[in-house]
Write a protein that binds this ligand. Structure first.
Ligand SMILES: [Fe+2]
Length: 331
């Protein structure tokens, strides 16, 4: 079982052991936010001796990503599989050998439980690697919205914004299809209905469940398209300033959505829905959250790194100038 220390403290392991007696051979609760090459190689060395048959991941995006990566590294013949994989590009293609992963998200945003991607961070070199392919798709995803009830307000907001970013990024995406757009639209319509209520009433389980469904659908949308420019802009903010992913990939959304509204409507999105999304995003004052974490000058200094291959080129909207976009987004 891979989970966070917080859930271990709250008794989650005992609850699972009661359901699956004798099946949890080890609990790994040392996943750091944004799983790192060195940490995962150390975890692999530690867990290998136990000959585990499957990984049960219960946590946020970092926990699920770590579980996806461990499911491959635990089958690898290499002593330091993650470092080796980066050096040889082996994980990117994948030889298909892994143990099953059962993913139970405890946040509503990354969609990691349904995406064939995992992000591996190399803290030493301040780099991010994206591992993609059927070999990183969880075998099963279970939704238990009550697990999201303990999410603090900021994490609820930032993870939900990540899901909004996934939906929108799949819409202004050159890989957009009618199927990815259907997932994105459904996700956005659930989000505008449920997120404002969840932010006001964090104990509202029914609306927590809807936000979680919205996150899954946004995950299914980017499974087909991958993300685009808002994510490309986000990565240096997370690498250099530890800005939470959902915040870093969403502060540009109101500006991008406003810029692309007519284009998206022409491509088949409903104007009314997008206007409601835009109003909701504006009302959340995301720029205040970002400004409290990184100054405008420091942000502008990262512009040279705001290009991510396989992300930036996916953007298929109205041409944008990144400095001008950032300036508008911070206003
Ligand atoms: Fe994201």
């Amino acid at each position: 079982m891979v989970t966070s220390a917080g859930f271990v403290r709250r008794g989650l392991v005992e609850r699972i052991e009661a359901i699956l007696p004798g099946r949890i051979v080890s609990v790994f609760d040392q996943v750091q936010p944004n799983p790192d090459v060195l940490d995962l190689d150390a975890a692999t060395a530690q867990l290998r001796r136990l000959h585990v048959e499957a990984v049960l991941a219960m946590g946020g995006g970092s926990v699920i990503d770590a579980a996806k990566l461990l499911s491959i590294s635990l089958r690898s013949p290499h002593a330091r599989p993650m470092a080796e994989a980066i050096a040889s590009q082996q994980l990117a293609s994948g030889n298909g050998s892994r143990i099953p992963v059962f993913a139970v998200p405890t946040t509503s945003g990354t969609g990691a439980e349904v995406t064939p991607f995992a992000t591996l961070w190399d803290r030493t070199h301040k780099k991010k690697h994206s591992i993609a392919g059927a070999h990183v798709l969880p075998s099963l995803a279970f939704l238990a919205p009550e697990l999201t009830l303990s999410l603090p307000p900021k994490e609820t907001l930032y993870t939900a914004l990540d899901a909004c970013s996934h939906s929108l990024e799949s819409l202004w995406n050159r890989h957009r299809t009618p199927v990815s757009a259907a997932f994105a639209h459904e996700s956005l319509s659930l989000m505008v209905k449920a997120l404002p209520i969840v932010l006001q009433q964090p104990d509202d389980l029914r609306h927590r469940a809807l936000v979680q469904q919205a996150s899954v659908m946004a995950g299914l949308a980017i499974s087909q398209t991958r993300t685009a420019v808002a994510h490309a802009i986000s990565y240096p903010l997370t690498s250099h300033h530890d800005v939470p992913h959902g915040l870093a990939c969403s502060f540009t959304l109101p500006t991008l959505l406003e810029t692309n509204l007519d284009m998206l409507v022409a491509a088949g999105s409903e104007r009314n829905l997008l206007k409601r999304v835009l109003e909701m995003l504006k009302s959340l004052r995301i720029q205040d959250h970002i400004s409290s974490r990184i100054g405008a000058h420091a942000l502008m200094q990262l512009i040279g790194e705001m290009h991510a291959p396989g992300r930036s080129e996916n953007y298929n909207g109205v041409p944008i100038d990144i400095p001008a976009l950032l300036e508008r987004a911070l206003r």
